[in-house]
Design a protein around this ligand. Structure first.
Ligand SMILES: C[S@@+](CC[C@H](N)C(=O)[O-])C[C@H]1O[C@@H](n2cnc3c(N)ncnc32)[C@H](O)[C@@H]1O
Length: 341
């Protein structure tokens, strides 16, 4: 383990107060802070401005995401949860028990926790860019006497996926639910899957992943632009996070949320659109936005099952198995490896 990683230890009393449980969180993100902010600045100053989706997830953004999944329009989370519930035993028997469970973009870890009883993991590693989300989730899990050994890794896996600072040499289940892989462009998604595959070095390792399916535009549009405006608040909150990180002076009131399905590209796009002419201080520069000009904040690619299966195979996984809801709105795949290496 590199000596300069920031490692913090945490102690949590168990519910009966008879004992304490400890877990540690390794933060490799702080090493990259300068590069992160430089890339954020470049994105804002580019002719087609953008903010990477990872900047949604400060403490408020993580909370707003948990509210989005409760809106009536946002079908992916509840559909994935229904697939997991319906097929949990079947999926668990394909995966097998006793593996190291590495949760990519773990958030509140609620989805992962539901697998503990059937998969009986040897340890659980929460991997997230948000230290507050991972710390709160692990502290909650530490109070669950049935939880396995716990660890956290704070990293930005959109730059590189490196779990070696916390992973142990064991058969490992990677868990990447919630269609988060849709945030990558398809070629980046392949690159990311190849990195997961490269970490699957021991027999019995594999990936359990959820990915949203292509469907009717109207349902997709509604899912990313809900009537209550929760997704709008989530999107706008990224400007407040950027103000804090980069010292910019975005006024949220000057911007509006845009979320829609781009059928030609097979993806949801989220943007922030200027109501009127806006000037924003970005470090030493001033970025002028024209009325109607947009900042691109997220893509969410949708995949037909056969498209995603092909991607898993190209990344080096074997015999991906698919589970779907009756309406075929959402895909859950488990993909293993055939041999060591
Ligand atoms: C859409 S939420 C999904 C949370 C949970 N896995 C679920 O399915 O409900 C995405 C999670 O990934 C984390 N995340 C986003 N970008 C990331 C990145 N580049 N590196 C590491 N974690 C990231 C966020 O902080 C957030 O907790």
């Amino acid at each position: 383990m590199a000596p300069h990683h920031l490692i913090t230890s945490h102690r949590v009393a168990t519910p009966d107060d008879a004992s304490e449980r400890t877990f540690s969180i390794t933060n490799t993100l702080k090493l990259d802070a300068k590069a992160e902010l430089d890339a954020l600045e470049r994105g804002l100053l580019a002719p087609a401005a953008s903010i990477a989706p990872k900047f949604f997830y400060d403490a408020l953004g993580s909370t707003l995401y948990n509210a989005i999944v409760l809106t009536p329009e946002y079908y992916p989370t509840r559909t994935e949860a229904a697939i997991f519930e319906k097929f949990r035993n079947e999926i668990a028997s394909v995966i097998g028990t006793g593996k190291q469970f590495i949760d990519l973009g773990s958030g509140d870890s609620v989805k992962a926790e539901k697998w503990f009883a059937s998969l009986k993991p040897s340890r659980y590693v929460a991997v997230d860019i948000s230290e507050s989300a991972a710390r709160e989730a692990l502290a909650r899990l530490a109070g669950n006497v049935d939880a396995p050994e716990l660890a956290g890794l704070i990293t930005d896996f959109s730059s590189v996926l490196d779990v070696t600072p916390v992973a142990q040499p064991a058969a490992t289940l990677f868990f990447y639910p919630g269609s988060s892989i849709g945030n990558f462009m398809p070629d980046e998604a392949l690159w990311f899957l190849k990195q997961i595959r490269a970490h699957c070095t021991l027999p019995g390792s594999g990936l359990l992943i959820g990915i949203d399916a292509k469907k009717d535009s109207a349902r997709l549009d509604a899912a990313y632009d809900d009537a209550l405006g929760v997704t709008s608040a989530f999107n706008l909150n990224t400007l407040m996070n950027v103000n804090r990180l980069l010292g910019t002076n975005f006024d949220v009131r000057n911007w509006q949320h845009r979320g829609f399905y781009n059928a030609a590209m097979g993806r949801i796009e989220m943007h922030l659109e200027a109501h009127s002419a806006v000037q924003v201080k970005v470090r030493g520069a001033v970025r002028a936005f024209a009325p109607g000009e947009r900042i691109h904040t997220e893509n969410s690619y949708k995949y037909a099952p056969e498209q995603f299966r092909a991607l898993l195979v190209e990344a080096g996984f074997t015999e991906p198995k698919l589970w779907q809801d009756e309406g075929k709105d959402f895909n859950v795949f488990y993909a293993g490896i055939s041999s060591v290496g």
